[in-house]
Write a protein of this length. Structure first.
Length: 376
């Protein structure tokens, strides 16, 4: 058995690696994906392009503008003097925000009345617009506190102590709230599912297309040996990519890994049961490699969208949330982020690992039952 399995493994590795483009897919694609998600894909809002439309030009208006610009969240790109100019800057994308301060802003503040200022935001990206509004609200709230303290001090003739409640925040697991710490570990799951699903989905159908299935039929190899010979190389490639992306995450992007690496590989094994099982099922029911490839991507994209990688599952409709329980990628992402960022172990992650084991066993069982060593 082991001799026959060894020859199957050698055959599969030769078939995979003899194409130079496949080497690029296995090695280069994980590196590119990690770099893209580490640098380009971010939800952090910094240096929002801001046009200042100050019609008051008072000490108070200049103070509020300096607070916006000095916060690090807003970057002044232009000063405008007309409504038409402000609209043009927003329309052509030069500015994402227009901070408008009307005449009488400073006089209203000095008269102990509430003054208003206008923040015009490009709402094309609703998420970014919501974050920007929150930043602006915090800046104005701090300015109001300072004005109130100064006014009371002027009335009483003495400095007023700071009283009341204050919220002191502390972010666990990701102290600087960097989005790359959230996304980069998730690339491991995306690469593993993409590589193994793509390779395993073409494993059997390729033999049918090139005509080598007839040679396999006349050999004494068993069904179990054939499936192992087809799946073990893909699993080894997946482990290689896990090590590669983990190294990039830790040593290049400085994403902490606080948990157990052996636990990460155990969880990867459970996840591979799912991806390889689905890939083999696709391969056994497909007639051509093109059909297998399209079927693999038909499974891949919904799996990513329903995994919580980009969009929170809690924000999805209830029916869709129930569907996500059938998605193994959902559980693997929780495990990866728990190991990298939280440092938790099996005592916390066992529900996700149990779900992967159940779904993986079911996938492999259905794939093995569907597999037939025939030309049909």
């Amino acid at each position: 058995m082991f001799e026959r399995l060894k020859h199957m493994l050698v055959k599969e590795f030769i078939q995979i690696l003899r194409d130079p483009r496949m080497k690029g897919v296995i090695i280069l694609m994980p590196i590119v994906q990690a770099m893209v998600f580490g640098y380009a894909v971010t939800t952090d809002v910094r240096n929002v392009r801001t046009a200042v439309y100050d019609l008051d030009n008072s000490v108070e208006s200049r103070e509020i503008v300096s607070r916006f610009v000095g916060s690090g969240y807003f970057r002044e790109v232009a000063r405008v003097t007309t409504d038409t100019e402000a609209q043009r800057l927003v329309d052509d994308g030069t500015a994402r925000v227009v901070l408008r301060i009307n005449h009488g802003f400073g006089a209203t503040i000095r008269a102990s009345r509430t003054a208003t200022l206008q923040l015009i935001i490009d709402g094309t990206d609703s998420n970014t617009a919501g974050v920007v509004l929150n930043y602006a609200g915090n800046i104005v709230a701090r300015y109001n506190d300072q004005v109130l303290v100064a006014r009371l001090a002027a009335v009483t003739g003495q400095s007023m102590p700071s009283v009341g409640a204050e919220v002191v925040t502390r972010a666990w697991f990701n102290p600087n709230l960097e989005s790359r710490n959230f996304y980069v570990p998730g690339v491991i799951a995306l690469i593993v599912i993409l590589i193994t699903l793509m390779l395993s989905s073409m494993a059997v159908v390729r033999e049918k297309e090139i005509g080598t299935i007839e040679q396999i039929m006349v050999t004494p190899i068993t069904q179990v040996e054939f499936i192992l010979g087809k799946t073990v190389p893909f699993a080894l490639i997946a482990y290689l990519d896990v090590v590669l992306i983990s190294g990039i995450a830790v040593f290049w992007f400085e994403v902490p890994i606080r948990g157990s690496l052996p636990l990460l590989f155990v969880a990867t094994t459970l996840f591979l049961m799912n991806t390889i099982g689905v890939g083999l099922l696709i391969s056994t029911v497909s007639r051509t490699q093109q059909q297998a490839m399209m079927s693999a991507f038909f499974y891949y994209f919904p799996a990513v969208l329903l995994s919580g990688f980009m969009f929170p599952i809690a924000n999805m409709p209830v029916v869709v949330q129930w569907l996500t329980y059938l998605n193994p990628l959902r559980y693997f992402l929780v495990i990866i982020r728990g190991i990298f960022l939280k440092g938790v172990g099996p005592s916390v992650l066992w529900p996700q690992m149990a779900a992967l084991a159940v779904l993986g066993a079911a996938s492999l069982f259905v794939a093995s039952r569907k597999f037939r060593k025939t030309l049909a």
